[in-house]
Design a protein around this ligand. Sequence first.
Ligand SMILES: C[S@@+](CC[C@H](N)C(=O)[O-])C[C@H]1O[C@@H](n2cnc3c(N)ncnc32)[C@H](O)[C@@H]1O
Length: 458
Amino acid sequence: MKVQLPVHKNEQRTGTVTDLTYEGNGVVKVDHYPIFIPNALPGEAIEYVVTKVTKNFAWGRVLAWQSKSPDRVDLADQRYLQTGIAPLGHLAYPAQLRFKQKLIQDLLQKAHLDLAVSPTMGMAKPYQYRNKAQVPVKLVKGQLQTGFYRRGSHQLVPIEDFYIQDPVIDQTILVVRDALRKFKLTPYDEKTGKGIIRTVMVRRGYYSHEVMVVLITKTQHLPYAKELTATIKKQVPELKSLVQNINSKPTNKLLGDENRLLWGQATIEDRLLGIDFKISPLSFYQVNPQQTERLYQTAIDQAGLDGRQTVIDAYCGIGTISLAVAKHAKQVYGVEIVPAAIEDAKQNAALNGITNAKFVVGKAEEQMAKWQKAGLKPDVLIVDPPRKGLAESLITAAGQMAPKKIIYVSCNPATLVRDLQRFVEQGYHVTKPIQPVDQFPQTTHVESVTVLERTQND
Ligand SMILES: C[S@@+](CC[C@H](N)C(=O)[O-])C[C@H]1O[C@@H](n2cnc3c(N)ncnc32)[C@H](O)[C@@H]1O
């Protein structure tokens, strides 16, 4: 039987936006049927056209505004919305912070969890914060360009000012782009498999100001390598490392496994929470150092350490939290699935003279069960999982290990709320308002810190 839908494709309608989705799209409802409309904000009356219809929802595009939200800001460049560089760039920053707080509140309410959420900790300057850029290189109208892909496509939109990146990184990308043009290096073409340059990656230490440039190539051979090096070195005074990374596979994966040092050092250094880190082209490193410090400091403060505790840092990555915690704990154990990250964590521990942090490669859920069987009794468990949240077996093992406190650093409120319900079943309860911290201003990402304590002592 054909379902009668309340709207049809290409229909022009008027409506009032009632909500903003977790992806930053406005929502207009027709008889409870939602239509998602980019660049439309709650409270706005709009004329729109329906662009796509499915059984449960539709998509639309704004044709005109009859009234605009007081929270709307005129984004100077619409390309930031089109590419997804700044999907909330049209929303005033205080409203972005409220949006992130409300997103967690709404999910808690849906799950019937009566918990408080503090106002989101924001940045004084919520742009130009990223310490790393990865920009594709493509031929556009016959000219080599750097920029960003249009949302949901591989169509390059040329961009010079990336708005949320350190401006020195933006300038460095232009130097590299112009050097590639000068020596007529060809961008890699996904369709034909021909061409040389795939992506340019630039990192700059927030405290150290050291710059690393990585040219990701399809081919082993990089023509004019000497000339490119000399040009980039001359025009980027803070350059410390210039690397060619070879990625010859037809893949969406950004980096290949092979690095060739073209000039300078193989790594750059920066600091986080007073700890020095060496960063190589393949290392994971947090992209908003200022807010990472606030996020992790919040987590560490909540752990209430006085030098006597044993702490587990599950999903420890390169050990940022573990190493910062080590100063305030008796012993720290970190587990992480990526071997290279654990290598970095060990090296960073040595670099900083930290001897009370042990790092293990493995799945956190399996390692937790092993530690539990071996009789490890942590006082505090810190978890900082990827978006999919915690494995149920980890929560069970945590329940059996019975740490007094669990600090949950989350980058996805939906899985956070699911996991909080499971922790309640394991005898834990949330003792403080959940603290959102804005790690990615102008985007829809929501990070937060939650403190759980054991309900009954056993
Ligand atoms: C949000 S990051 C944590 C970053 C870390 N706190 C840092 O500062 O480097 C999540 C980490 O979990 C790791 N991971 C993903 N699944 C895992 C698993 N099953 N067990 C252990 N680690 C895992 C990822 O490789 C990633 O490093």
